[in-house]
Design a binder for this molecule. Structure first.
Ligand code: ADP
Ligand code: MG
Length: 712
């Protein structure tokens, strides 16, 4: 038996539990072992019952004096009440919706409990505490031997899978699989970084002897992810450096003509980035460059310029966008920008009719997928724009020279690699790669996540853009926001209303496509706004589950100002360009990461109109307020990214969503010194043993890690 066996095959785990575990993303024994506690409850220092203070978290030890349960006012909910006493006094304990407790605890049971002390009308009580029984058939279990004293792990839970149950299942599994839990990091690395061994770390993270050891275990597991990230990235990097690319000469006259044809002048940052890219394209090994630029900073023009230069040299370009809407927008935009240059540009999205901008006239035609694929293969298409569809095997090029990936953090590292390793014809060359992102990743981080790739930063916005006025609004003031939208619409402006994400029962999945719950929320919001709030305005909705045709129609009508208010899921977050929109309302703002909020906000303020962003939240949590305040203050995405990194604690999933990284890895990325040291260590290992022959376990672990960071 090894750690990869399906969790369903473990004794005591039947089909039902297997399903529930799946919701947490746990499919194998290994997954379960890596299902880490969020925190621990301390059952080791008991507070005497006469010393309880309101609003404190305590553990207590005592005897159940009395216990009863009844249906509470809402009928379906059981209310269980008990009184626990020790030598010094007694306290009331209350549980909601835990009907089984009455069967487990009875008067006379010795218990330890941990929870929060609340102040009620009739004095203090413990509210929904965790409890452990320490009597077995009448005779007390010694605390030392008991499985329940000390630090108790608290796991991210889903409905009907309690921490208590997880604990009871993880412990025997850890014991049974002891021999399979093996160290895979090189000895030398363990020493150098003073890390706990894997078997010890995995035990200590679940059942720590002390908080200090739990922390050390966590560090070890975080380090291991960082190590694997570096290993993966550096290996890829070396592979790329060992390969060749076609040098693409700079066609200065065309570039000058292009720049002159623009209705605006390029910003200095745009010029600089464009130049860096052109210089890279000239080289005979593949470019691997990340173009980072604020939302609206004009990355598309830079991409178009690179595409033009490549096409002029008779090489093909693939431009990949994360969503269909965005792919279409790029298609239109690029076709428009390069209209004069007589290029053939095609759109391939996998779901849709394909369109072509035809040679000479810049005419846009529908074309069949087959036709596009054939033309692409024989080199007649200069620029192929699309979604993931571009990675499919059936898409082949005659001489792909440049791959451009927009909003690249949305694609897994693996996917990028796949598109770029695509060899054209039989030659051993790979195309140049330009990735673009509006998620401002602090430089140090970017270098880590994306290896030693080169970075171009557009750190200025085109002239004349105004700061987007941002405000945090409590829900009771919602009407004020609606009135404001009305007044903006009277000025011919338009508004976005973004619905919050509905979290699935488990947040374990990495990148979650729109769920039906999200759709329902959007539909309801749209109904409300259309019927009750803005009966005179055209309100429409946009979400990920709509048919491409419907989406397109909505986008078109919105762009033409026929739709005044667009209710959407966060699908609009990437790239949509509606210069006339001036109001962005984000419902449930606390559910979005800062970088994402920044992206959403960037949908407005794209033209000369003063624009506004309203962050609606009813969460009083300090961290939320802190984060949202950062949004109000900062205009600069880079600044926000840094803040996000600082404020965001472990266990929140936004980091993973934004950067495609596992949580723990994110944690260690904060420590830049550690990152640098880790990188050096990885480099050393790779220099001596590139294919990790000496470290079979590490190699195996790396393979699995790749699957994990493969996002879709
Ligand atoms: P992003 O970097 O977010 O992808 P876009 O490329 O979509 O931004 O550009 C946003 C808008 O700014 C577009 O309407 C584009 O035409 C315009 N734009 C780009 N560069 C400039 C510039 N130098 N001056 C003025 N407007 C520009
Ligand atoms: Mg863009």
């Amino acid at each position: 038996m090894d750690l990869s066996i399906p969790i369903g095959q473990v004794p005591r785990i039947g089909e039902v539990l297997e399903k529930r575990l799946k919701k947490l993303g746990i499919k194998t024994v290994r997954d379960l072992l890596y299902h880490l506690p969020l925190r621990y409850e301390d059952f080791s220092n008991f507070v005497p019952l006469n010393q309880l203070r309101p609003r404190t978290n305590v553990s207590i030890r005592g005897k159940i004096l009395e216990i009863k349960s009844r249906l509470a006012w809402r009928k379906r909910m059981t209310l269980t009440q008990a009184v626990v006493g020790d030598q010094t006094g007694a306290v009331r304990v209350v549980w909601f919706a835990k009907p089984y407790i009455i069967d487990v605890l009875e008067p006379g049971s010795e218990v330890i409990m941990a929870g929060r002390v609340s102040q009620g009308k009739n004095g203090l009580y413990l509210n929904n505490p965790t409890y452990e029984k320490i009597t077995e058939s009448g005779s007390p279990v010694s605390l030392q031997k008991s499985k329940i004293a000390g630090l108790m792990p608290v796991y991210p839970e889903t409905e009907r899978l309690s921490s208590r149950w997880l604990r009871s299942i993880i412990r025997p599994i850890l014991a049974n699989f002891k021999n399979q839990v093996q160290e895979f990091l090189p000895e030398k690395v363990l020493k150098e970084f003073n890390l706990l061994s894997f078997p010890r770390a995995i035990w200590q993270i679940h059942f720590p002897d002390s908080l200090a050891l739990a922390e050390k275990a966590r560090l070890r597991l975080a380090f291991e992810e960082l190590f694997l990230i570096e290993l993966f990235v550096l290996k890829e990097r070396v592979k790329i450096l060992q390969t060749k690319a076609y040098p693409i000469p700079i066609d200065l006259p065309s570039i000058q003509r292009f720049v002159k044809s623009l209705p605006f002048t390029l910003t200095n940052a745009q010029k600089k980035s464009a130049w860096q890219i052109l210089k890279d394209l000239e080289k005979s090994h593949p470019m691997n460059r990340l173009l980072e630029g604020e939302v609206g900073s004009g990355k598309t023009v830079v991409a178009a310029l690179a595409a033009l230069n490549t096409a002029r040299a008779k090489f093909q370009v693939a431009l990949m966008a994360p969503t269909e809407i965005l792919a279409k927008q790029h298609f239109k935009e690029v076709a428009r920008l390069l209209f004069d240059f007589k290029l053939t540009i095609a759109l391939l999205t996998g779901q849709e009719d394909k369109i072509m901008a035809k040679k000479l006239k810049g005419e846009v035609l529908e074309a069949s997928r087959q036709k596009i694929l054939a033309k692409c293969l024989d080199g007649q298409i200069d620029i192929l724009i699309g979604t993931h569809a571009l990675i499919q095997k059936s898409v082949r090029f005659k001489n792909l020279g440049l791959v451009i990936i927009d909003e690249q953090h949305r694609f897994g590292i693996e996917q990028r690699a796949r598109l770029c390793q695509r060899r054209h014809s039989s030659e051993k060359t790979v195309p140049h790669l330009l990735s673009m992102t509006a998620t401002p990743i602090p430089r140090s981080l970017a270098l880590t996540i994306y290896g030693d790739l080169d970075l171009s930063i557009i750190n200025e916005l085109p002239q004349g853009r105004k700061k987007i006025l941002t405000e945090i609004v409590p829900p009771r003031e919602r009407q004020r926001v609606y009135d404001f939208i009305q007044s903006q619409v009277e000025l011919e402006r338009q508004a976005f209303v973004i619905c919050p994400r509905i979290e699935p029962a488990s947040s374990a999945g990495s990148r979650r496509p729109t769920s039906w719950n999200d759709v329902k929320a959007v539909a309801e919001e749209k109904e409300k706004l259309a019927k009750e709030v803005f009966p005179d305005l055209r309100v429409e909705m946009l979400h990920g589950k709509m048919k491409p045709k419907e989406k397109e129609k909505i986008m078109k009508d919105f762009k033409n100002n026929k739709i005044k208010v667009l209710v959407a899921t966060s699908v609009v977050e990437v790239g949509i360009d509606i210069p006339n929109a001036s109001v962005m309302v984000i419902e449930g703002a606390e559910r979005f990461g800062l970088a994402q909020l920044h992206q959403l906000r960037g949908r407005v303020g794209r033209a000369e109109h003063q624009s506004y962003c309203f962050l609606l939240t009813d969460s009083p949590a300090r961290k939320t307020q802190q984060r949202l305040k950062a949004m109000v203050k900062a205009e600069d995405g880079f600044e926000l990214a840094q803040k996000d990194l600082e404020i965001r604690g472990p266990g929140e999933f936004s980091g993973r969503k934004q950067w495609g990284l596992p949580d723990l890895g994110m944690e260690s990325l904060k420590d830049l010194v550690l990152v640098a040291k880790c990188k050096t260590a990885v480099k050393e290992i790779l220099e001596q043993d590139f294919s990790l022959k000496k470290y079979p376990l590490l190699r195996e672990r790396l393979e699995r890690f790749k699957e994990k960071i493969h996002l879709e």
